[in-house]
Design a protein around this ligand. Structure first.
Ligand code: NAP
Length: 484
């Protein structure tokens, strides 16, 4: 077209989202496995140009891999290496020490990013809802786990291990972790990355017996065979099961036939029931069809738990649940660990399903209260999407599903150019709010320092648990770098 004899140049103001001219800007909230698997899946999308900013409430990355996986399960923690590779991609930025919803409202994330992925997991615990649950000496298993893993929020927790008998409520893998740490020889933890204060406490422990209570039967136990076998293989530790707890009703028999892990668990428990006590100095007593209905105190501290005997009933869908028989006994215990599952915590500004404790979603797309995709480019992955189930690897497929939805949603969409300043604007926004984020290069400094501190103590790593110490360490290094 000519205007006044000159050719009018049509400047294009919109480009395909994800093109070189208009890269897709993605925020990921949470730096645990599901967040990193989402980032990895996004980077693997062919022909899609994108940048990822990951926000993490804690100063350090890796969420439950750092603060949840047991210190004697270092092989599981090795997945961090692949997350590290993702974090070093030039298209990736890490912002630790930033709590979305408090330091950075979700509205601002929506303004700055084309798509936001919530990967913040389940920050709380399910409750038993029984009298005495909050007595001194009754703890959540997750607090104990976070404490021995050097989680800054739990470094001041205290666990009195001076008694001889502990009850662990629940028969999932967290219950197995807690049980194992309680009965294991602490010297076998000494060279790991366990927090030094936890190791000291475990060295003083007088616990001789861990009573593990499963409300349903042995077939419905959620622990994986590997975990129970690991406890059974600990030197000087007996795993004991009552024979009567292993008698199966017809529904459990059907369930067992259909589930290989349940068969292996049962086989193992039958073997242990047959063997009985082997004279170990510490023992784990697995009890099934047993629900705590009250935690009792003496002088204001846990001294016993009232345990009700259950029976199993199956509903029309075949789901087997436990029902109390009204028959109960009082079992003296010195400590209770409630290990009945995690629970999601709502994030201000995004929908939340109170009943399920998750963000409602379909194929990873966040749904509005009316059950519609809310159209704001918001997604979920991991536990806050599907609930607190599955192993670390389960998150890979889960995150891939969400990323497929994200890619479908940008197909054919165009957007205006990003301002040259866009990358800096997030950092500036945080600075304006007085937040000093921890970047991945900062984490490298902390990582090296923790490993060095570990070496000095003859262990893999000594985690820095005091946030003030992290800030001081980074200040010193930054000052030195500025001078140098
Ligand atoms: P989980 O596997 O869901 O186990 C929770 C346990 O609590 C179940 O036995 C459940 O029994 C019981 N429970 C729930 N409410 C109860 C109540 N009111 N009274 C008595 N018992 C109750 O959860 P988790 O152990 O917290 O583990 C979370 C996820 O992390 C799991 O997928 C787990 O495999 C994974 N994880 C893996 C590892 C590992 O691989 N080493 C380590 C830790 C965690 P019901 O079955 O009857 O509901």
């Amino acid at each position: 077209m000519t205007v006044g004899g000159k050719i009018a140049m049509r400047t294009r103001t919109h480009f395909p989202l994800g093109s070189a001219e208009r890269p897709l800007r993605v925020a990921i909230v949470g730096s645990g496995p599901s967040g990193f698997y989402a980032a990895d899946a996004l980077f693997k999308q062919k022909g899609v140009h994108l940048r990822i900013d990951m926000f993490e409430r804690m100063a350090m990355p890796y969420g439950l891999v750092r603060y949840g996986v047991a210190p004697d399960h270092q092989s599981i923690k090795r997945v961090i290496r692949s997350y590290e590779r993702t974090a070093r991609d030039p298209r990736f930025r890490f912002f630790g020490n930033v709590q979305v919803g408090r330091d950075l409202p979700v509205e601002q994330l929506r303004q700055h990013f084309d798509q936001v992925v919530y990967a913040f997991g389940c920050g709380s615990d399910r409750r038993l809802g029984i009298p005495g649950e909050d007595l001194p000496g009754s703890h959540t298993a997750t607090a104990f786990v976070a404490w021995y893993n050097g989680h800054p929020d739990h470094r001041h927790d205290r666990f009195d291990l001076s008694g001889s008998r502990v009850a662990v409520v629940g028969v999932g893998n967290v219950a197995m972790d807690v049980t194992r740490i309680l009965v294991k020889d602490p010297e076998d933890l000494a060279s790991t990355d366990i927090a030094h204060y936890a190791l000291d406490t475990l060295r003083q422990s007088r616990i001789k017996e861990v009573l593990v209570l499963g409300r349903r039967g042995p077939v419905q136990a959620k622990f994986t065979p590997k975990e129970i076998l690991e406890i059974g293989s600990l030197p000087d530790v007996d795993v004991m099961v009552r024979k009567r707890d292993l008698e199966l009703d017809e529904h459990s028999l059907d369930e067992m036939r259909a589930k290989r892990p349940a068969r292996r668990n049962l086989q193992y428990m039958m073997e242990r029931a047959r063997l009985g006590s082997q004279g170990g100095s510490r023992r784990v007593l697995l009890q099934f069809l047993a629900s705590p209905v009250e935690i009792l105190a003496t002088d204001g501290r846990v001294s016993a738990v009232r345990v009700e005997r259950n029976r199993l009933v199956a509903d029309e869908q075949g789901w087997i649940r436990s029902v109390g028989t009204g028959v109960s006994e009082v079992v003296p215990v010195d400590l209770v660990f409630r290990s009945v599952g995690y629970r999601g915590v709502p994030l201000p500004g995004i929908p939340f399903d109170e009943r399920k404790g998750v963000v409602p979603s379909a194929q990873g797309r966040v749904l509005s209260r009316r059950g519609e995709t809310n159209g704001t480019g918001e997604y979920v992955v991991g536990w806050i999407k599907r609930g607190p189930t599955g192993l670390i690897g389960t998150n890979k497929g889960d995150s891939a599903e969400t990323v497929r939805s994200m890619m479908e949603d940008i197909r054919g969409r165009e957007a205006g150019p990003i301002s040259a300043d866009a990358d800096r604007s997030v950092s500036r926004l945080l600075l304006d709010r007085g937040i000093r984020p921890i970047r991945f290069s900062d984490w490298d400094i902390i990582d090296r320092e923790e490993q060095e501190r570990g070496r000095r103590r003859g262990k893999l790593r000594e985690k820095i648990t005091d946030p003030a110490e992290v800030a001081t360490l980074l200040d010193v290094r930054r000052r030195r770098a500025a001078v140098g």
